[in-house]
Write a protein that binds this ligand. Structure first.
Ligand code: UD1
Length: 337
């Protein structure tokens, strides 16, 4: 019986696949490679000494996607695949709603048809909108500020209704804070298309000399140094959260929701400083105006995951920066040589 991982060639997906393989799971990857490289698969094999089955399929191609279920015995699904760029979602909301919502509905309908009951969904701290206070608990009010976030919240709401009606379903919604870092080998890591929107990949590109200078979006927020504060979490810790969540839903019916963060908030300037230390170079930066839609502060209370999953983030900020840098330094062009 296999675990099907959609988006398994992506950043968080690939790290999770390796941990699943290392823990003895049979893994099947489905990825259309629209935002990932085929070369990830060789590196997964290199790092785990196992070769998971791979299907290059877009989930929206329902017929082809269903073939996978005819050919394999699938017990659980971890669903990473989806569009994830906030700015792009504002430009192309229809594409975001179509891709993220329809693909999830296709999966849920196929799960019903093939009697698959275990589902882990990648959600995001973005569903908390601008939180009333920090640290953020899972029962805080939910709202969104962009179509990407709205797709996450809509899927969460669908999952709640579907689980209410079907008591056989076991679903874990994982709300990620800000994933950074890379596999300790430096062989897999984050490789966004084009100019990065997120802070860490932008900093690593400045450090390697591909981008000139980091723009810091505002230094007048009500935070300790005026720059935005976030809860950065090592991708290996995040990946491990999926294994723990899978363990949980295999023995627990119904829907569970967990924050996956470290509970610590670091500012943009804290990140610049920590990364400079890790790479041994100055990161040039300039302060520019705030980015529309940004919030001052966002960090998690992850005590629910600690109590109920026995999960806790292990890696500190220095380690996150060291691993991000090793990946970038060893792969200045990402997966393309
Ligand atoms: C962003 C998304 C969030 C999504 C997450 C996925 C927005 C508004 N939010 O979160 O919905 O779930 O990515 O990873 O885009 N910063 C700079 N300069 C940069 C880039 C970022 O100063 O070039 C600052 C931002 O203002 C923020 C912090 O760095 O204070 C982190 O930004 P980012 O990495 O983009 O993550 P979020 O905005 O938290």
């Amino acid at each position: 019986m296999a675990v099907l991982v959609t988006g398994g060639a992506g950043y968080i997906g690939s790290h999770t696949v390796i941990q699943l393989l290392n823990s003895g799971e049979e893994v099947i990857i489905v990825d259309d490679l629209s935002n990932s490289s085929i070369k990830v698969l060789d590196r997964i094999e290199e790092l785990s000494c196992k070769k998971p089955k791979f299907y290059k399929v877009n989930i929206l191609n329902e017929e082809k996607f269903e073939e996978i279920f005819k050919e394999n015995k699938i017990e659980s699904i971890i669903h990473f695949a989806g569009f994830k760029a906030v700015g792009e979602s504002v430009e192309k909301p229809l594409a975001y709603y179509t891709n993220n919502l329809i693909s999830t509905l296709i999966i849920l309908n196929i799960m019903k048809k093939y009697q698959i009951n275990n589902f882990v969904f990648s959600s995001s701290a973005t569903v908390y909108g601008d939180p009333k206070s920090c640290p953020i608990l899972e029962n805080f009010p939910l709202s969104t500020t962009n179509p990407y976030g709205t797709t996450k919240l809509m899927i969460e709401n669908m999952l709640k209704d579907i689980c209410n009606a079907d008591k056989k379903l076991n679903v874990a919604i994982l709300r990620y804070f800000n994933p950074v870092g890379a596999h300790e080998s430096g062989r897999i890591g984050e490789e966004p298309n084009g100019i990065p929107n997120n802070l860490m990949p932008y900093i690593t590109k400045v450090a390697i000399g591909k981008l000139e200078i980091l723009s810091i979006f505002g230094n007048d927020y009500p935070t300790h140094d005026g720059t935005g504060v976030r809860d950065y979490i090592h991708v290996e810790d995040l990946a491990n959260g999926h294994l723990k969540a899978l363990d949980k839903i295999r023995t627990n019916s119904g829907l569970v929701i967990y924050n996956l963060g470290t509970g610590k908030g670091y500012s943009v300037l804290d990140m610049v400083k920590a990364f400079s230390k890790a790479c041994g170079k100055n990161i040039p930066y300039k302060i520019v105006k705030r980015r529309a839609g940004d919030i001052a502060m966002c960090y998690a209370d992850s005590s629910k995951a600690r109590k109920e999953l026995g999960w806790e983030a292990k890696y500190d900020l220095d380690r996150m920066c060291e691993d991000s840098w090793r990946w970038q330094k060893n792969n200045p062009n990402g997966y393309e040589n």
